[in-house]
Design a protein around this ligand. Structure first.
Ligand code: HEC
Ligand code: HEC
Length: 269
C-alpha cells in the first residue's frame, strides 16, 4: 500500500512537473484550444445525429446507406471520393451538403420516388443555419470509417512494385486485391474489418456451396466479373445491395491478375 502511495506521489510530481513545463513553454493554451474545438465538433456531430434521425433517416436510411428507389446513400465511399467530381461541384464537400440540404432538389433526377425537400429556413424549410451545419458535420463524420480502413491497408506504391515473374499467384493476387481497392469495401481479411461489402473471411469454405452447380473457383470468379449474378444476403450494415460493387473488373483486370486474385481468395479459409 505504502509502496503504491509513494509511486503515485512520485508519478503525480512527474506529471505536475511536465504540465508546468508545457505551460511555461506556452503550449498549454494551444492544447486547451484544440480540446475545446474537438468538444465543439463532437457536440455538433451529436446534434446533427439527432436532426438526421428525425428528418433524414426516413429516406436516406438510419445509417445513411440510402434506400433503393427512395434516396441515395450519403454514407458510401463514392459519396466521399467521387461525388463532387460527378456533379462538377467546385467547392468543398461540406458546402455541397449544406447547399443541397438548404435548397433541396426540387427537380429530382427521376431515379427516386421521393423528392429531396428544401430544409433551410431561408428557403422556407424548418431548419436553422446552425442545424444545417450540424447535420452536415454528422454526415461528414462518416468519412472517418473509410479513411480508417484505407489507413489500415498498406497504401499501394504509386508505381506497382514489379513482382518477380515467378512470384506465386497468391502473392500476386494479394497485391492486386490491395491495388484495386477491394479492401475499401471488404476490409483486409483477418486484419481489418469489412465496411460496405461482406467480409471475405472464410470465403473459400462457403464459395463451393453458395450457388448450385458452381465450384468455389467459378463462384469467386463470377462474383468479381459479374457481382449482380448473385447478391450476398448479409453485409456489415444490413442486407447487401446490388450495383454497389463495381461492375467493370472484367475490363480493369488482366486475365493473369484475375487468376491470381481468385487464387488468393481461395486461400481465405
Ligand atoms: C423525402 C425523402 C428525403 C428526405 C426526408 C431527405 N432526403 Fe436528401 N435526398 C432525397 C433524394 C430523392 C435525393 C436525390 C435527389 C436527386 O438527385 O434526384 C436526396 C439527396 C440528398 C443529398 C445529395 C446527395 C448526392 O449525392 O447528390 C444530400 C446531401 C441529402 N439528400 C441530405 C439530406 C439531409 C441532411 C436530410 C435531412 C435534413 C435529407 N436529405 C432528407 C430524399 C430525401
Ligand atoms: C464499392 C464496394 C466494393 C468494392 C470496391 C468491391 N466489392 Fe466485392 N462486394 C461488394 C458488395 C456490396 C458485395 C455484396 C453484393 C453482391 O453480392 O454483389 C460484394 C461481393 C463480393 C464477393 C462475394 C462474397 C461472398 O461472400 O460471397 C466477392 C468474392 C467480392 N465481392 C470480391 C471483390 C474483389 C476481389 C474486389 C476488388 C477487385 C471487390 N470485391 C471490390 C462491394 C464491393
Amino acid at each position: 500500500m505504502r509502496n503504491i502511495m509513494v509511486k503515485l506521489t512520485t508519478s503525480l510530481f512527474a506529471v505536475l512537473g511536465m504540465a508546468l513545463l508545457v505551460v511555461l513553454v506556452g503550449a498549454g493554451e494551444e492544447a486547451r484550444m484544440a480540446t475545446r474545438e474537438a468538444n465543439f465538433e463532437a457536440r455538433a456531430i451529436e446534434n446533427g445525429a439527432a436532426i438526421f434521425a428525425e428528418n433524414c433517416a426516413g429516406c436516406h436510411g438510419i445509417q445513411g446507406k440510402g434506400i433503393p428507389g427512395v434516396a441515395p446513400a450519403l454514407n458510401s465511399p463514392e459519396f466521399f471520393k467521387t461525388r463532387l467530381q460527378e456533379v462538377g461541384w467546385q467547392g468543398s464537400l461540406r458546402s455541397f451538403i449544406e447547399s443541397t440540404v438548404n435548397a433541396g432538389r426540387p427537380v429530382g433526377s427521376g431515379q427516386y420516388s421521393a423528392k429531396m425537400a428544401t430544409w433551410g429556413q431561408e428557403y422556407g424549410g424548418p431548419l436553422r443555419p446552425d442545424q444545417i451545419r450540424d447535420v452536415a458535420s454528422f454526415i461528414l463524420n462518416w468519412e472517418k470509417q473509410y479513411v480508417a480502413v484505407a489507413a489500415a491497408t498498406p497504401t499501394p506504391a504509386p508505381t506497382p512494385t514489379p513482382l518477380p515473374p515467378d512470384a506465386d499467384p497468391v502473392t500476386i493476387g494479394k497485391a492486386v486485391y490491395q491495388a484495386q481497392g477491394c479492401a475499401g469495401c471488404h476490409g483486409v481479411p483477418y486484419q481489418a474489418p469489412a465496411v460496405v461489402g461482406p467480409s471475405l473471411e472464410g470465403l473459400a469454405n462457403r464459395a463451393g456451396t453458395t450457388v448450385a452447380g458452381q465450384s468455389a473457383e467459378d463462384y469467386i470468379r463470377t462474383s468479381i466479373l459479374n457481382p449482380n449474378a448473385y447478391i450476398v444476403p448479409q453485409c456489415p450494415t444490413g442486407p447487401c445491395q446490388a450495383n454497389l460493387m463495381p461492375q467493370n473488373y472484367g475490363q480493369i483486370l488482366s486475365p493473369q491478375e484475375l487468376d491470381a486474385l481468385v487464387q488468393y481468395l481461395l486461400t481465405l479459409k
